[in-house]
Design a protein around this ligand. Structure first.
Ligand SMILES: Cc1cc2nc3c(=O)[nH]c(=O)nc-3n(C[C@H](O)[C@H](O)[C@H](O)COP(=O)(O)OP(=O)(O)OC[C@H]3O[C@@H](n4cnc5c(N)ncnc54)[C@H](O)[C@@H]3O)c2cc1C
Length: 443
């Protein structure tokens, strides 16, 4: 069944459908956006605000919007410290954070600018911490300073470390709430949102429909797995964990491939909330920049610890035993993943061990907060990261957006890799993609 959101129901239900119309869909639109995570929603919003006379449809396979990465993350508004100067991540995160704060202010969405400490607990981490400071300065991150052990305790009385990078501009927010607000803006500007529409084919139509007065104005067909079809002029895909498959079905490159990594959080018991005030992060390991468990306060007042990162046997599989044969075979038959596993087998086994035995994870966390004990934590939620990998087993670090060639390829643009900090960067990514859409397509 296809569900089309009416403007009123979308707003009232916060993205959850209540009054539903179901029918075969044969609408025609200037642009179809596939995937209603925070990137798809931000971009659809930006495009319709810039081009109110064009028609837009947003196609999402789930019943609700932003259920996957955009609804399962740490909720941090990153300030842009880690990323290679000049990279898209560096540029779009710094701008995105500013835009995100402005957006939340304008819409009255709750957020907290609770800051972040990146803490060195060993002497050998200090050169890396200083290099990170230099990097943050090059990226124009606001208000960064280096503090000593005393400075750490002034900010986080229970945290032990010898030196830290203090980023007071870092904050927290509920990214799903932000994404749904983008969706409301899109609907209010006249956009159409269709859920339970799992796109499995994007191709050129051979001839104009019988009786059509529009001829070949809408030459692309975007079909779902139940035989429904939307016609459009251009397609933008923002498929998160399925971005490589969406690229493949439109005849574009399958690579970089997506490999899903599950991240399990622990949650602090309420009587121990006093241990953590803001975000506390480790100095990242340059080999695995996206790893490293952290302490993160949440908007509801709870404190999450983690996440770890273990290979998931199912894309969008949130439970330890979730398994999908196609996803599993796909991942293991990919030479890039085989190479990654061979190179990092010890680290990978360690992450799995820490995932299974939370005592090992707590031991890790005690380096930062020695007062923390095993009895202070319980198992918490899980997220799954879409990690793009190249065929040599290298993690693709930067955001990647590309199209293809030929009739279909020249009419599509794919968001291929939008890992963290893509939620923070979402409004800046949207600006960049909208520019790209304007450059590539004849709107
Ligand atoms: C554990 C974890 C912690 C993170 N922490 C942070 C953080 O603190 N701060 C930060 O800035 N970022 C963070 N991130 C990153 C951030 O959450 C993601 O980068 C961002 O949500 C990506 O958004 P997206 O729209 O690209 O993907 P998604 O949110 O995954 O959305 C993709 C959408 O496409 C839909 N879709 C897929 N295939 C199809 C199809 N065939 N047809 C129709 N629809 C389809 C999916 O159902 C989904 O709704 C974190 C991510 C994870 C996993």
């Amino acid at each position: 069944m296809i569900r089309i959101l009416s403007r009123a129901s979308f707003k009232a239900a916060g993205g959850l459908l209540k009054d539903i119309q179901s029918r075969q869909l044969h609408g025609t639109y200037d642009i179809a956006v596939v995937g209603a995570g925070i990137v798809g929603l931000a971009t659809a919003r930006e495009l319709i605000l810039r081009h109110p006379s064009l028609s837009f449809v947003l196609l999402e396979k789930e019943r609700e919007l932003s259920l996957h990465q955009s609804g399962h993350n740490s909720g941090v508004i990153h300030s842009g410290i880690y990323y290679t100067p000049g990279s898209l991540k560096a540029r779009l995160c710094v701008r995105g954070a500013t835009l995100a704060y402005e957006y939340c202010e304008k819409k009255g969405l709750p957020y907290k600018r609770c800051g972040k400490l990146i803490v060195a607990v060993e002497q050998e981490e200090i050169p890396r911490l200083k290099a990170l400071y230099e990097r943050g300065m090059k990226n124009n991150v606001r208000d960064l300073t280096i503090v000593d052990g005393k400075g750490i305790r002034e900010r986080e009385p229970y945290c032990r470390g010898i030196m830290a990078l203090d980023s007071p501009y870092t904050g927290i927010v509920d990214w799903r709430m932000v994404a749904l607000s983008y969706g409301t803006d899109f609907k209010e500007a006249g956009g159409t949102v269709v859920t339970e529409y799992e796109v499995n084919d994007i191709s050129m139509i051979k001839e104009s429909p019988a009786g059509s007065t529009e001829g070949m104005k809408y030459p692309l067909a975007v079909r779902d797995n139940k035989g429904n079809e939307v016609r459009c002029r251009y397609v933008l895909t923002c498929g998160g964990l399925y971005s490589d498959r969406l690229s493949q079905i439109s005849g574009c490159s399958r690579e970089p491939r997506i490999v899903p990594f599950r991240g399990d959080y622990l949650v602090l018991k309420p009587e121990k909330y006093y241990l953590v005030k803001g975000n506390i992060y480790p100095v990242p390991d340059p080999r695995f920049p996206f790893l490293g468990v952290h302490f993160t306060p949440r908007m509801d007042g709870s404190i999450w610890l983690g996440p770890n990162a273990v290979l998931a046997f199912k894309r969008e599989g949130y439970k330890v035993y979730d398994f999908n044969a196609q996803d599993f075979a796909d991942a293991l038959s990919f030479r890039g993943l085989q190479k990654l596993i061979m190179r990092n087998i010890t680290y990978g086994v360690g992450e799995m061990y820490r995932g299974l035995f939370i005592g090992a994870q707590v031991k890790n966390l005690q380096k930062y907060i020695p007062e923390l004990s095993l009895s202070d934590v319980i198992r918490g939620p899980t997220g799954v990261r879409a990690q793009a990998l190249d065929r040599d087993g290298n993690l693709v670090d930067d955001f990647v957006f590309d199209g293809g060639v030929g009739d279909v390829g020249s009419r599509v643009l794919h968001v291929r890799n939008a890992p963290s900090p893509a939620a923070t960067s979402s409004l800046a990514i949207a600006e960049m993609i909208a520019d790209e859409v304007e450059n590539r397509f004849t709107l």
